[in-house]
Design a protein around this ligand. Structure first.
Ligand code: BDR
Ligand code: CA
Length: 308
């Protein structure tokens, strides 16, 4: 089994992505590490505990960074609701947080995994960047990072930038420059990965509690005013999860990607050197096309694993 850490700011679509990975037999999810993003760290960490309890699995949850490395925290309650979990109410968790914080947990698991640890990053990259600054040797111990973030052409929090990278651009820059193998599911591909109301009926037809919650949250996403795409619910974090589970869902091209740190107008824009006009070596396998049919099969395949 592949050891995995999910770094997350749950978040409605984080929940679906996490449940997909927890159901996957080939993955050994060692921990969820929470980060402030869609909601502040207090809510994000408690949501992570609630999601683990909903799954019925035994996975530790570590509390991470309260705020970005340099910037003030920006959250996205408009998108994810006041609690971060949209229109669902999950019971208060019985579990406690892991005794170590997110950075120490990532380091501990990376050392234990002997170079095999994969990270699924679903929020701002603050925990990962702090980890790399504190433990420079970490970069040799992480096999790869699959992340939801950035875009070649689109912006969802500003006209230029995607939320996760906008929220903590300095952190993203540190992680992008680390030399770790990176796979990016950005807005260009997540906005092409859709679940329609019709397709969501198949999830509603599953009887387990996790499946019901996922179906309800996908409806919530479909219902939300979505200026970009009205065909159905856009799958951000779930596409990154699917790419971790089966890399063939995402076609990638290897490019150098930088992050805008200075301009207010384009803060957090991922600048992708498609025509290789810089001398910089490619650092990210950028998702350029997703296979929607395959995505749906992975989503349904994973969520149907939960017992009734
Ligand atoms: C990303 O930001 C959050 O709203 C989602 O959970 C996803 O990680 C999309 O820009
Ligand atoms: Ca997220």
């Amino acid at each position: 089994k592949i050891p995995v850490i999910i770094d997350t700011d749950p978040g409605t679509d984080d929940l679906t992505a996490i449940l997909m990975c927890l159901a996957c037999e080939e993955l050994d999810v060692r921990a969820l590490t929470a980060v402030g993003g869609n909601v502040g760290i207090e809510k994000a960490s408690v949501n992570a505990l609630k999601i683990v309890e909903l799954s019925g699995k035994d996975v530790k949850v570590a509390v991470g960074a309260k705020k970005p490395i340099v910037r003030e925290l920006v959250t996205a309650e408009v998108v994810h609701g006041k609690t971060g979990l949209g229109n669902v109410r999950l019971p208060e968790p019985k579990m406690d947080f892991y005794e170590k914080d997110a950075v120490e947990t990532i380091y501990e698991e990376a050392m234990l995994a002997g170079g095999r640890l994969k990270i699924l990053a679903l929020g701002p990259m603050t925990n990962l960047a702090i980890g790399l600054l504190k433990y420079p040797e970490l970069k040799e111990k992480i096999d790869s990072i699959v992340f939801m973030g950035g875009a070649m052409n689109l912006g969802n929090v500003t006209a230029a930038a995607e939320f996760n990278i906008y929220a903590d651009p300095e952190a993203a820059k540190i992680v992008f420059d680390s030399g770790i193998h990176m796979v990016m599911a950005g807005l260009d591909v997540t906005h092409e990965t859709i679940v329609t109301r019709e397709e969501n009926r198949r999830l509603h037809a599953l009887n387990s509690e996790p499946a019901k919650v996922v179906a309800k949250l996908i409806d919530y996403t479909i219902d939300r005013e979505n200026p970009f795409n009205r065909r159905g619910g856009v799958m951000h974090d779930p596409l990154a999860a699917a790419a971790l589970i089966d890399s063939s869902v995402l076609e990638t091209e290897h490019y150098y990607v930088d992050v805008e740190l200075r301009s207010a107008l384009t803060r957090g824009k991922t600048v992708v050197d498609v025509f290789r006009v810089t001398d910089n070596e490619p650092n990210i396998h950028v998702g350029v096309k997703s296979d929607n049919e395959k995505f749906l099969a992975i989503l349904e395949g994973m969520i149907s694993q939960y017992e009734v």
